[in-house]
Design a protein around this ligand. Structure first.
Ligand code: ADE
Length: 249
């Protein structure tokens, strides 16, 4: 998979060279390009932002450097007439990033991440890009970060670990919280040695060797934890919008 990231702080993406994603790059599973947006500026000050039309606080990223960067990184395939990859624009106003979207992105050949700073990127960049490639504005959660870099790190880690050959034991992917086919339950509690620690004992059932009973216990625990922490995930829950956010609530 080819992954390109465009940012005015390319150093922010350095952690991708570590750990599992770093190994995936070394092994050739991922081909990572990190690009400084200012490469596509043409003035002495390498300007990427300007004041918002219509007024308001803060600065907005100008469209021209983004347009030129994306033209170069995601060129139009002359035969197909579009670019086969997928552009992800990081913004708190985007569609929510979920495990389902991670699974979907893991099937792509080329992902391009646009990391905005300041108040965001001129809206025409997404419109222009969507004329030639699949483009999504994506948020990693209902909070505001200083820029899209950390959001790109989150999404890249969640996607790359799904690629074949990245995780030693692919079975560990199937059991996790939010895994597809896991009934959308959070993961059950995990224990390892020692059997007793600071007067806290590992639940007896886990020593029983009785696989069916252990599976049933884990299922109960997963349901309990999900009920306590994320009742919105349970079957039949009214997921969208959350009750407290409904108009007139
Ligand atoms: N940029 C700033 N906040 C963000 C968020 N929550 N998700 C994605 N990009 C962002």
């Amino acid at each position: 998979m080819k992954i390109d990231v465009v940012s005015i702080f390319p150093e922010y993406l350095q952690p991708l060279r570590l750990s599992l994603v770093g190994k995936a790059i070394e092994n050739g599973i991922v081909d990572l390009g990190v690009h400084d947006l200012r490469r596509w500026t043409h003035d002495r000050h390498r300007t990427v932002d300007d004041t918002p039309y219509g007024g308001g606080a803060g600065m907005v990223m100008r469209p021209e450097p983004w347009g030129e960067a994306l033209d170069e990184i995601a060129p139009i395939d002359q035969k197909a007439g579009d670019h086969p990859g997928r552009l992800l624009i990081m913004t708190p106003a985007g569609r929510p990033f979920t495990q389902r979207l991670a699974d979907e992105l893991a099937g792509e050949d080329h992902l391009i991440f646009a990391c905005g700073r300041y108040e965001g990127i001129d809206a025409r960049v997404a419109v222009d890009a969507s004329r030639r490639m699949r483009t999504d504005e994506v948020s990693i959660g209902d909070y505001v970060l200083n820029g899209g870099e950390v959001a790109a790190l989150v999404i890249i880690e969640a996607v790359v670990r799904l690629l074949p050959g990245v995780i030693g034991n692919p079975e560990s992917l199937a059991e996790e919280s939010h895994a597809a086919g896991h009934d959308q339950l959070l993961e059950y509690p995990l224990y390892t040695k020692p059997p007793s620690w600071r007067e806290l004992d590992v639940p007896e059932i886990l020593f029983s060797g009785h696989h069916a009973r252990i599976a049933a216990w884990r299922r109960e625990q997963a349901e309990r934890i999900t009920r306590e922490r994320r009742p919105d995930l349970l079957p039949g829950a009214d997921r969208d919008p959350r009750p407290e956010e409904r108009p007139g609530a």
